[in-house]
Design a protein around this ligand. Sequence first.
Ligand code: TLP
Length: 342
Amino acid sequence: MSQSIDLRSDTVTRPTPEMRAAMAAAEVGDDVYGEDPTVNRLQAVAAELMGKEGALFMPSGTMANQVAVRAWTEPGDALMAARDAHVYLYEGGGAAALSGVQAALIGSDGLFRLEDVQAAAAPDDIHFARTRLVCVENTHNRSGGRIFPRSDAVAIGDWARARGWSLHLDGARVFNAAVASGDSVEEIASPFDSVSFCLSKGLGAPVGSLLCGDKAFIDRALRIRKLFGGGMRQVGGLAAAGLYALDHHVERLAEDHEKARFLAASLEGVPGIEIRGVPETNIVVIKAGNAPALSARARDNGVLLSLMDACTLRAVTHLDVSHEAVARAAAVLVRIQAEDGA
Ligand code: TLP
């Protein structure tokens, strides 16, 4: 397994020696008392980067999203999200289980526009769940790391807030969106009332996400994080990994995007495989009628992919796969597809 080229996710990276050194050197304290200086520094840096009043360190992106859902809603409310948004599809039914919230699913390929939100908005009538929250995912995982257009986020935010709804950004990969689009993360985050982002994906930290928003939101989120079991103690070592990642691993995301484009181009035109467009960031979605068999054969040949469904595979580029490794993975996929697939 250790020799495999692991393209299942950008979550699989291991901390670099320099990141480990930063972790080992971190000053720590009990963060439930608010006394971990490194966590406090990371939270201040995150808030500043996102242009929000505050930020909270979270064990995972899932918890960050679910704390946001709970903070913005009451049981019986509805949220709106893309049909295959992580917050709805990949979080264990958390919005229903933890917040008593149902979802109205809109758009396609992770994208939606103001018209989609307006069309799905329920009338103000006691029969309907009250919509309280719109969740946007940028970049969008399931569609192959697509960037959500900022102009759409601004239009949706203005319309939603005028109705008293809130707008949450699942920015697990918001730094990928920033590097690829040239917009700053602050610009991307500005239409949103709350933003979550992950240190443990393309940024290469072993764990951790931040949830950012205004002071009143962060005060509510702190109580909910405790309720959900996310109060951590001497966690400065992990925060130090995050600070290191923010200092050293942002600009290099462009290399991951380049590797994803290379992989997609190498697979383009291979019989039995379809690549949906040029990857905008670091995720390649591969459509193949024989996806389960192709994924098993790839694994046996030292290439690990995610099987998303019976006809969809995902390859994600990251810090721990070199350009050369991606080229080898592409050659393996082309060869086994020629042998088995077409
Ligand atoms: N995504 C993981 C899996 O859960 C699918 C992956 O390998 O891509 N938002 C988005 C957009 C995500 O892609 C993920 C993780 C999360 C939230 C949740 O983050 P974690 O895994 O830290 O809970």
